[in-house]
Design a protein around this ligand. Structure first.
Ligand code: SF4
Length: 446
């Protein structure tokens, strides 16, 4: 856990010699606590204080990543338990698992479909992050080779040391996979393999005490990049294991649990439960989430859930303000006005685009708020809209001079007529879903 300015001050020489550039040791300590200066600026810090300070500066959840062919999945480095406190940092990687007992062709077909899956959500391209190969009696090396033949995404190798060693041989130079898992009965062998491969190692245990005992042994053996893989498989058990681990790491600075977490919802036989467990893992501290079934509809739900949890709640997802074209509008087509909150923009744009109606769309700078919120906050008013009409030279392109306000802010129409003389100010529907019929019936766009 980070030290406060006063705690740091107690570790400094307290001579106020000013050599660090600050008038007092306390002033320097405050800057250090705010991470605005380096400890090295004070030449008189004792070795003991240095080691205490550098230990305190370590992130409470160790950051690590797995990589392949320019793709990287990062995990760890979180500092808060709840997203309203501060933004979560590392989006959980979503991995699809294949089994070594499956035929290489079946594996390739499964991986190819998932690898190609990409979907756009409010301007972002979402896709799965990688694949996991599970040893289950088949040819593990052939399974890994099959995955590599059709995907360049990062990989998780799950099995005993012999399987994983065979799988590692199939990977490309420079790849960093995640190895799963060290347990009480094989940790020494797995530790040696992880060191040899220079790869993160997952640690599997059925309860917190056993997990702590194992990570401590592995740390003593010199391993740094560990991942906690709770063996609990019920929703309740996984939730408890993930939460206790993360809480101990963040609130108690308990290093043996200060690692990213791997969950395997794919272990559920029931596909519906798999999706629920994956959603729980995404919401509650999973860093690597392994599923067994790929379906576009459930993958989409999980990826969107992840985006919503890992965005900064204090910074709404925004689109750039400006004049947008939908379906190649002509100068005679109308101008729709909305705010730059991404979900608002895409709701409007998708409805109009889907209906095949041409229109201009003025996205005003409302600091990323939706229409009603922005209006209530004074960020979406007649003056701002008129200002953006001029700023983006809208009149040069929209000769019809028909401007459609969102129905929720009909109250702005009179004021906007005064701000934009020569424009016909119209009031559109309240909901984006009603835009196509409004455009057909009121604007006569067929
Ligand atoms: S250089 Fe070190 S001892 Fe001197 S004022 Fe700065 S913190 Fe204090």
């Amino acid at each position: 856990m980070a030290l406060s300015g006063i705690q740091i001050y107690k570790l400094l020489p307290q001579t106020n010699c000013k050599e660090c550039g600050f008038p007092t040791c306390l002033a320097f300590a405050m800057k250090l606590a705010a991470k605005q200066v380096e400890l090295a600026a004070c030449p008189y810090v004792s070795e003991e204080a240095k080691s205490k300070l550098s230990a305190a500066a370590r992130p409470p959840v160790r950051p690590l990543s797995i990589r392949a062919n320019g793709n990287e999945v990062k995990a760890g480095n979180e500092t808060v338990l709840f997203r309203h406190e501060k933004k979560f940092v590392s989006k959980p990687g979503l991995f699809l698992r294949v089994y070594a007992a499956e035929s290489p062709d079946a594996i390739k077909a499964k991986v190819q479909a998932a690898d190609a899956y990409q979907v756009e959500y409010v301007g972002m391209d979402l896709s799965l992050d990688g694949f996991a190969v599970q040893a289950d009696g088949g040819d593990f090396a052939a399974a890994v080779a099959a995955v590599r033949e059709v995907s360049h995404k990062p990989i998780i190798l799950m099995g005993e040391a012999n399987d994983i060693r065979a799988g590692l041989a199939q990977l490309n130079e420079g790849e960093v996979p995640l190895l799963v898992a060290a347990r009480a009965d094989n940790w020494e062998e797995m530790a040696a393999l992880a060191k040899e491969a220079n790869a993160p190692l997952a640690v599997e245990a059925g309860n917190i005490d056993d997990m702590v005992a194992l990570t401590q042994k592995l740390e003593k053996a010199g391993l740094k990049d560990l991942v906690l893989a709770p063996a609990q498989r019920t929703l309740h058990g996984t939730l408890i294991a993930n939460t206790i681990s993360r809480r101990m790491a963040l609130k108690k600075n308990f290093r043996p649990l200060g690692y990213p977490i791997l969950n395997t919802p794919g272990d559920w036989d029931d596909e519906g439960m798999e999706v629920i467990a994956a959603g729980q893992a995404i919401a509650k501290y999973g860093g690597f989430v392994v599923i067994d079934h790929f379906r576009p509809e459930t993958a989409y739900a999980l990826l969107v859930l992840r985006e919503n949890i890992y965005t900064d709640p204090q910074k709404p997802i925004q689109v750039t303000p400006g004049l947008y074209e939908i379906n190649n509008p002509s100068p005679e087509d109308p101008l729709l006005v909305t705010t730059n909150f991404s979900i608002t923009y895409f709701s409007v744009a998708n409805e109009v685009e889907g209906a095949g109606k041409p229109a201009w769309m003025l996205v005003t700078d409302a600091e990323g708020m939706s229409v009603l919120t922005a209006w209530a906050a004074g960020k979406f008013d007649a003056e701002r809209i008129a200002k953006d009409v001029k700023r983006f030279n809208v009149a040069d392109k929209v000769k019809s001079k028909r401007l459609v306000l969102p129905g929720h802010v009909a109250v702005l129409s009179g004021e906007l007529e005064e701000e934009l003389p020569g424009w016909q100010i119209m009031v559109g529907p309240r909901e984006a879903v009603d835009l196509p019929s409004y455009m057909k019936q009121v604007l006569n766009l067929n």
